[in-house]
Design a protein around this ligand. Structure first.
Ligand code: ZN
Ligand code: ZN
Length: 273
């Protein structure tokens, strides 16, 4: 399985997952033109995408949804309350598929398991995606007010984690945001701080955890180095051997090949013969 964060932050989010010829997008939070530009940058033809999964109705996750679905004929998976909340982005010609936290859906060898999150959207979920053939598991959890017990349970055993590390509390306090926005971000229905991300990453650590990507960083209330250090130090104490990356708002990250990353943290046992 291969994973590419096409961009992440409060101005747009989208992650590409590839497994052979199957390609899933998780969220389409950029304009249609910007989605096309980002996919072109990683040499993906938009028509080749199998499905688009939507996590919640906020515009930084849905902005390009309707255009992507109509222009390239891509089916959209979303919960019914999210569909209702996004009705202005849809004209009724899109191919819609229901999914939700009740049960996983299988999309051509990829098992998508949505789980409930606490966030100030209509019906927020996050997802894990597991490749049936290899057992490789990806967890994508941004837009978390807090890491609840179901969130922590769902994210156990991932090879690759994309976790929100939204803000530094001091930078948030000093930022130009109005107090109402500051308190919304820091609340249990807003976004995870760097420290909360570090605690969650530490809790999810296991020996096969191969890569952590920090995402949805606030541009006004965070710095990539602070986020990376806060989470990196917590994981280092647990003898984590993989990298901690920070996703960019502006440009797609390098593509992560989970098979290769797995081999780096757990080299295959050499035969004694
Ligand atoms: Zn968001
Ligand atoms: Zn959101």
């Amino acid at each position: 399985m291969k994973v590419t964060v096409l961009g992440s932050g409060s101005r747009g989010n989208s992650v590409l997952i590839e497994s052979g010829d199957v390609r899933l997008l998780v969220d389409a939070g950029f304009s249609g033109r910007d989605m096309e530009r980002r996919l072109a940058a990683v040499e993906i033809a938009p028509e080749s995408i199998t499905a688009l999964l939507i996590t919640h109705d906020h515009s930084d996750h849905t902005r390009g949804m309707g255009v992507v679905a109509r222009r390239w004929g891509i089916p959209i998976y979303m919960t019914e309350p999210t569909r209702a909340a996004c009705h202005k982005l849809l004209d009724g010609t899109e191919k819609l598929r229901r999914y939700g936290s009740e049960e996983p859906v299988e999309i051509q060898g990829l098992v998508v398991a949505p789980f409930l999150t606490v966030h100030d959207a209509v019906d927020p979920i996050a997802v894990t995606v597991t490749e049936s053939a290899t057992g490789q598991k990806l967890g994508i959890a941004t837009d978390l007010g807090r890491a609840t017990t179901p969130v922590r349970a769902a994210l156990q055993g991932c090879d690759l984690l994309i976790l929100e590390s939204n803000h530094d509390p001091i930078l948030l306090r000093e930022s130009h945001y109005p107090w109402s926005v500051k308190s919304r971000i820091a609340s249990g229905h807003g976004h995870l701080s760097n420290r909360a991300a570090a605690e969650l990453a530490g809790e999810l650590y296991h020996k096969q955890l191969a890569t952590v990507i920090l995402a949805h960083l606030s541009e006004a209330a965070n710095e990539p180095e602070i986020a990376r250090d806060t989470v990196g130090v917590a994981l280092e104490k647990l003898r984590y051997r993989g990298p901690v990356h920070v996703a960019s708002q502006e440009t797609p990250m390098e593509t992560m090949d989970v098979s290769r990353l797995r081999a780096l943290v757990a080299p295959p046992q050499l035969s004694l013969l």
